[in-house]
Design a protein. Structure first.
Ligand SMILES: Cc1cc2nc3c(=O)[nH]c(=O)nc-3n(C[C@H](O)[C@H](O)[C@H](O)COP(=O)(O)OP(=O)(O)OC[C@H]3O[C@@H](n4cnc5c(N)ncnc54)[C@H](O)[C@@H]3O)c2cc1C
Ligand code: SF4
Ligand code: SF4
Ligand code: SF4
Length: 855
């Protein structure tokens, strides 16, 4: 018998080799288009990344070696261009038109990368990943051009493997996919979203629901045009999918669906003596019996082997595929799946139940122990296991393979629970993780475990539930903690019919607390599957607690700023006057944070303290507690903000009493002007010397301590080693013609040279203050400008501060910062007003002003 095989990679070589082993007398001939056969397509991404170092390692067998080993004749660079089913011949190569006859014809022509019909795909730097040449060319291009930025089009298994390898090579990578999730049809969305978050943590930028519009560049690719904008790229990897390589069969009458060959369970096509296996053929799904395209090396090999047996005379039926797959995404991130996803199972008509569990992958004390995230899908009525998806750093394939075995044998979830799986600490857990996951699913099916799946939670099903922190110690900011060790006491805080959502680390402790609460008569307690480990926790909105905007604004005026992650959690600002508080006040703030907040305190850049994670209902008691102890909250709105001061009073360079003056500013303008609305916030800072540690000149008004030397140059003796010059940090002084020379423009009046001259040249100086106006920091930076005057008394300074505030209130426009007012009115005009003009305080204070501060 002469068997001709079209295509010589996974399926074709498997059919040929096995058939020759079964029936050595058969003549088996492979015609394949490329120059390589039997290559490791699955290893291509790892060649790009460098894990597989040498090109040769990608080639499993050369044609010569393969022929010698198997007895199969191989013709490479031989493209089959047509098939004549009546004459039972094929034609090889369009030019030479070599006619070859067959008794049996096996089509194993596989698939080709799909290249979307957009502009720019033929530019240099755009690569596919299907053949060894693709991978070799890609690596060479990256190395030769020193590529830094890559865009991978397609977020399936292959796209992500390529992304990982490009990251390994040091490129910054963006993955673009048209679908709304990564790995569609492979993982359900919540599992894919977990992978997405993990990949993002590794620095991969992921853009889903993003359409590819084209590749930009003239000769070489320079970027990718997408529905979400242009992404610059030095290299573009196409991994959008594959298309069956079957165009040459179009006139043969071989039945196909979208170009993929229909076969029966013996891999026969509808045409006698013509068979098809591998990526060019459709198989059936073992669970649903529906046709499925299983473009996998595993399926190609299994089907190829079986076809060989059938060709040699056996009658071996292909039982169907399960879509099993396993992928290494990054160090510590493997994924595996088999069977139906939840979506596919529902579409196939099953009454689906699923659970996501996070379980130990081996004995928890063993050094590299980690977790498996397992999603199990079953049929509610029959308990039949339908599918599994697993993510973890360990042997996820083991979990998938157990499921493959069970699903193939139509096992029920409970069948696995008592199976005698292997256990030793380095490998597994005493109750095998697979059995543990089955136990959780069974509990759920039997109503012993009542939960929200992560998908339900993400869809907002728990929005009326009050979240309870079920960790061993308080962990979720702003969420009430349930102490399992004192559960009776802890349970008293809640009504027995209240909707409670227990969230622990992975789900287990939540289950224990649920059990306990149920035994106390609670009726509405749910557990969040996968806990904090798997879910992105959203705002907790206890029923009826969503706050109106007016209330949020009101408490903001009290210094309570909403934590953007939650609707009813706030960070409360405690005013520290000038950044200096006593130990007693420290204790009070700490106690307040512990009693009313999450126990955390942050320092703002303007030296106020923020008590974190204060639930709305704790705001009033917290403020009352602070007030009782002489502390206050605030520091928001279109008002004079708390003053910021450096430690100049105690600093070796400090020239003024910064604490003293800032305390006066606090009393007179923060407190005294507390009800005086301004066009915007007004920030003041006091620095002890021109070193500017608190950046006074980047405030609406800044005060800087000064010491202005009064040089008496007549006393200068022109010493070789001048101490005035030596001590000047800004080199404003020098010796010119043997005498001291002072560049007064450069001198910033730091006073370091004061008294440094042994002959009294710098013995006299004047202490004072410089005032800067119109500075600001933030998204629009402006440097304040100094008023042309050395202020010599605190009173003068305070008076000028007041004039500035009043001028701003009187002449500023709602929404503009003082910097804008100064710019609009002109510095000279403002300076004149601050230094000389009469200001009618009473009239200005009576004026109605609308504030424009948003933060
Ligand atoms: C990057 C990558 C990673 C992968 N990773 C995995 C994995 O981890 N696990 C897994 O199971 N699978 C994986 N796969 C899929 C696996 O490689 C394919 O399923 C498998 O190669 C299919 O084998 P095949 O023989 O059917 O087709 P192919 O490998 O496509 O081979 C078909 C051959 O036929 C030739 N041919 C086509 N038309 C003609 C013609 N008219 N005349 C003559 N010759 C023709 C082609 O040139 C080709 O050489 C991966 C694939 C890629 C590209
Ligand atoms: S600005 Fe001057 S006085 Fe203030 S802390 Fe800095 S060095 Fe010390
Ligand atoms: S300023 Fe004083 S120290 Fe400097 S050169 Fe003159 S006399 Fe000498
Ligand atoms: S005051 Fe400061 S900056 Fe000016 S000359 Fe003396 S040391 Fe130099």
């Amino acid at each position: 018998m002469k068997v001709v095989i079209i295509g010589g990679v996974a399926a074709g070589t498997k059919v040929g080799a096995k058939l020759k082993r079964e029936n050595p007398q058969d003549e088996v001939v492979i015609y394949t288009k490329g120059s390589d056969i039997s290559y490791a397509g699955c290893g291509l991404p790892y060649y790009i990344g460098g894990t597989i170092e040498e090109e040769e390692e990608l080639i499993v067998n050369t044609p010569k070696k393969f022929s010698a080993l198997t007895g199969v004749q191989v013709h490479t660079n031989s493209e089959v261009v047509s098939v004549d089913k009546l004459a039972k011949t094929i034609v090889v190569n369009a030019e030479e038109k070599i006619e070859v006859s067959y008794d049996k014809l096996v089509i194993a022509s596989g698939a080709e990368s799909f290249v979307p019909p957009v502009e720019g795909t033929s530019l240099q730097g755009v690569f596919k990943v299907r053949t060894p040449k693709d991978a070799i060319d890609t690596r060479k291009y990256i190395d030769e051009r020193g590529c830094k930025r890559a865009v991978v089009i397609g977020g399936g298994f292959i796209g992500l493997e390529v992304a990982e390898n490009l990251v390994q090579k040091g490129l910054s990578v963006t993955v673009v996919d048209m679908a709304s999730q990564l790995m569609p049809n492979i993982f359900d969305k919540e599992m894919a979203d977990y992978v997405r978050r993990e990949l993002q943590k590794k620095g991969v930028r992921i853009m889903t629901s993003t359409e590819l519009k084209g590749i930009s560049g003239t000769v070489v690719a320079t970027g990718v045009e997408t529905g979400a904008g242009m992404i610059p790229a030095d290299i573009v990897m196409m991994a959008v999918g594959i298309r069956p390589a079957t165009q040459f069969l179009n006139d043969t009458g071989i039945e196909m669906f979208k170009g993929t060959i229909l076969t029966d369970q013996y891999h026969r096509t509808n045409v006698e003596d013509i068979y098809a296996v591998g990526d060019c053929a459709l198989v059936t799904n073992r669970i649903t019996g529906e046709r499925q395209w299983s473009a996998m090396g595993s399926t190609a090999n299994i089907a190829g082997r079986q076809l060989a047996l059938n060709l040699s005379g056996e009658q071996s039926e292909y039982a169907g595929c399960l879509g099993t797959g396993v992928v290494h995404l990054f160090e510590g991130l493997n994924g595996a799946r088999t069977g139906l996803t939840e979506e596919q199972a529902a579409a196939a008509g099953f009454d689906v139940v699923s659970v996501v569990s996070v379980i130990n992958d081996k004995a928890h004390y063993y050094p590299d122990a980690d977790s498996f995230i397992v999603k199990m899908i079953a049929d509610k009525a029959s308990h039949r296991l339908l599918g599994i998806q697993v993510i973890g750093s360990g042997a996820v394939d083991k979990m998938a393979d157990i499921a493959v075995t069970g699903i193939s044998m139509k096992a029920k979830v409970e069948d696995f629970i008592t199976m005698d799986f292997a256990y030793a600490p380095p490998f597994s857990t005493a109750i095998h993780p697979f059995a543990a996951a089955c136990g959780i699913l069974l509990n759920k099916m039997e109503g012993k475990f009542d939960s929200f799946t992560p998908a339900e939670y993400a869809a907002g099903k728990a929005k009326d539930y009050r979240m309870i922190d079920a960790h061993p110690a308080p962990t979720i900011a702003g969420v009430e903690w349930f102490d399992l060790l004192h559960s009776e006491e802890a349970a008293k805080k809640y009504n027995k019919d209240e909707k409670l959502l227990l969230v622990c680390a992975k789900g287990k402790r939540g289950y224990l607390i649920q059990n306990r609460l149920r035994s106390y008569g609670f009726t509405n307690v749910k557990v969040l599957e996968g806990g904090k480990y798997f879910n992105v926790l959203k705002k907790t909105i206890p029923a009826g607690k969503k706050l109106p905007a007016t209330e949020i604004k009101r408490v903001k005026g009290l210094g309570c700023l909403q934590d953007k992650r939650y609707d009813n959690i706030f960070n409360v600002r405690v005013i520290t006057k000038n950044g200096k508080i006593t130990t007693k006040e420290h204790h009070i703030v700490a106690e307040a944070a512990e009693q009313f907040g999450s126990g955390e305190i942050t320092m703002t850049t303007r030296l106020t303290l923020e008590i974190q994670g204060v639930p709305y209902e704790n705001i009033e008691p917290l403020i009352a507690f602070l007030n009782e102890n002489g502390l206050e909250t605030g520091g928001t709105g279109s008002l004079v903000r708390p003053v910021v001061s450096c430690k100049g009073t105690t600093c070796q360079y400090g020239l003024i009493d910064t604490f003293g003056i800032s305390e006066k500013i606090h009393e007179r303008f923060y407190k005294g002007y507390h009800d005086v609305t301004l066009p915007h916030k007004f920030k003041i800072a006091v620095g002890g010397c021109p070193n500017n540690c608190v950046k006074p000149n980047l405030n609406d008004l800044g005060i800087i301590g000064q010491r202005m030397p009064m040089f008496d140059l007549s006393k200068c003796r022109g010493c070789k080693n001048c101490q005035v010059v030596n001590n000047c940090p800004v080199h404003a002084t020098s010796l010119e013609n043997g005498k001291l020379y002072v560049d007064t423009q450069a001198c910033n009046d730091c006073g370091r040279c004061a008294n440094k001259c042994p002959f009294g040249v710098s013995a006299e100086y004047q202490n004072g203050y410089k005032i800067y106006i119109g500075g600001r920091w933030g998204k629009k930076v402006a440097h304040g400008q100094a008023l042309d005057k050395l202020f010599t008394s605190e009173e003068e300074v305070l008076d000028t501060v007041e004039r500035a505030i009043l001028l701003f209130r009187n002449e500023g426009i709602t929404g503009e910062r003082f910097a804008d007012t100064v710019n609009r009115l002109g510095f000279e005009y403002v300076q004149d007003k601050l230094l000389h003009a009469q200001i009618d305080k009473d009239t200005i204070l009576k004026k109605v002003v609308k504030g424009g501060a948003t933060c």
